[in-house]
Design a protein around this ligand. Structure first.
Ligand code: HEC
Ligand code: HEC
Length: 336
């Protein structure tokens, strides 16, 4: 009689202990993700501050993102975006925030240490897309970046992320980008003299339309010509041809210090990118190709440019065969 009762008492004691431990863990457990410091936004004028308030009213906050009213954005065919965005926000907090920032502005201590710097999404621009010049990224572009990472940068491949988390964090990233694009355009309209309300209305239509139709603007890549030796020779020649202009920035040797970007006397960079930072053309002889090294990747890079940088697209200036020739030459530089 006594022994079982002793065991019962011991078991009860254990249960109480476990409960106490659980309670302690619940209360004292450190928060998994420390809240990142939110850098205050600064505005050039009271009108701009009013415009930002309107943007927040329509799109929500970083912590409470709201889908882009009724059109299934961030991307078409995705009604019911609210819960997905909220889930994406959670993934963002644990996987992306320490580099890309609380609300995508890449204003973190980690970002300051990295070169290339994590992308700041507040302008709505990403560099490596499949779409033509002037068009935003597609959903597939973003999925690919997150899944495969960007070669030779701190943006690693999130292959281990469960599919559902990957999808929702891309939704959230897209939300940040679309909102950044909206803000950029609305600010430009405001600068033209529109009221904050009118500026936002104008930017709203144009922004949503562009993101919605991005998949229709993917650069088609014709098959590469088969005469490889002649093609490479043509690429070598085009590299320094003013029509292509590659050597102006990347240098005749491809090392990234062409006369248009590098002042060899003062030893300083001459051009800036959309984020206001020094634009440094890649040293292509290192073989570091962030946006991918397949033929379609390189073809589209030359056709559409590296968005947000002074490297504009050559799709309007060069024939498809010439672009393929440059792809061959870039590969040759990278693989030497
Ligand atoms: C360790 C830091 C780090 C983490 C964590 C990180 N990124 Fe990045 N990310 C970068 C860097 C660095 C770049 C820019 C590389 C470059 O310019 O080539 C980048 C670029 C990007 C781009 C822009 C690509 C383009 O075409 O311009 C996207 C989109 C992106 N990251 C999404 C994410 C998402 C989503 C997550 C979380 C799942 C994430 N990143 C986590 C460092 C990071
Ligand atoms: C006005 C200057 C400029 C011109 C002209 C220019 N580039 Fe670039 N290029 C850049 C900059 C800047 C980058 C780096 C972007 C970055 O990392 O932010 C770059 C990056 C690249 C990359 C790397 C892309 C990747 O996926 O990582 C390739 C390839 C490239 N350029 C090829 C070319 C070719 C081919 C031409 C000629 C048709 C050309 N560039 C003309 C400035 C230029």
């Amino acid at each position: 009689m006594d022994a079982p009762r002793g065991r019962e008492a011991a078991a009860l004691g254990l249960v109480v202990l476990a409960a106490l431990l659980g309670l302690w863990l619940l209360v004292a457990r450190p928060v998994a993700v420390a809240p990142a410091p939110v850098q205050p936004r600064t505005f050039a004028s009271p009108e701009e501050a009013a415009l930002w308030a309107l943007v927040v009213e329509r799109t929500g906050e970083a912590e409470q993102p709201r889908p882009f009213g009724g059109v299934g954005l961030p991307f078409p065919g995705e009604a019911d975006g609210g819960p997905r965005l909220a889930m994406g926000r959670e993934v963002w907090r644990t996987q992306c925030m320490h580099c890309h920032g609380f609300d995508g502005r890449a204003d973190t201590p980690t970002a300051d240490l990295l070169e290339p710097r994590p992308r700041d999404f507040s302008l709505g621009i990403v560099k490596y897309t499949s779409t033509e010049a002037g068009a935003p990224a597609t959903r597939d572009d973003l999925v690919r970046t997150v899944r495969n990472g960007l070669d030779t940068t701190a943006m690693s491949a999130f292959r281990g992320l469960p599919e559902a988390s990957l999808r929702t964090v891309v939704d959230y990233t897209a939300w940040l980008l679309v909102r950044g694009d909206l803000w950029t355009r609305a600010r430009a309209a405001l600068a033209e003299g529109l009221t904050p309300e009118a500026a936002l209305d104008r930017a709203w239509e144009a922004t949503l339309e562009d993101w919605r139709t991005a998949p229709d603007r993917v650069v088609a890549v014709p098959p590469a010509p088969r005469d490889a030796a002649a093609l490479l020779e043509e690429g070598r020649r085009l590299w320094t041809d003013p029509r292509a202009g590659c050597a102006d920035c990347h240098g005749a040797d491809g090392r990234g210090r062409g006369p248009l970007v590098w002042d060899a006397v003062a030893e300083r960079w001459l051009l800036r990118d959309a984020w206001g930072r020094e634009a440094r053309p890649r040293d292509l002889t290192t073989g570091n190709l962030h946006g991918g090294r397949t033929t379609p990747d390189l073809y589209r890079r030359i056709h559409a440019g590296v968005k947000g940088t002074p490297m504009t697209g050559r799709g309007e200036l060069l024939e498809p065969r010439e672009i393929h020739a440059l792809v061959a030459w870039v590969r040759h530089l990278a693989e030497r």
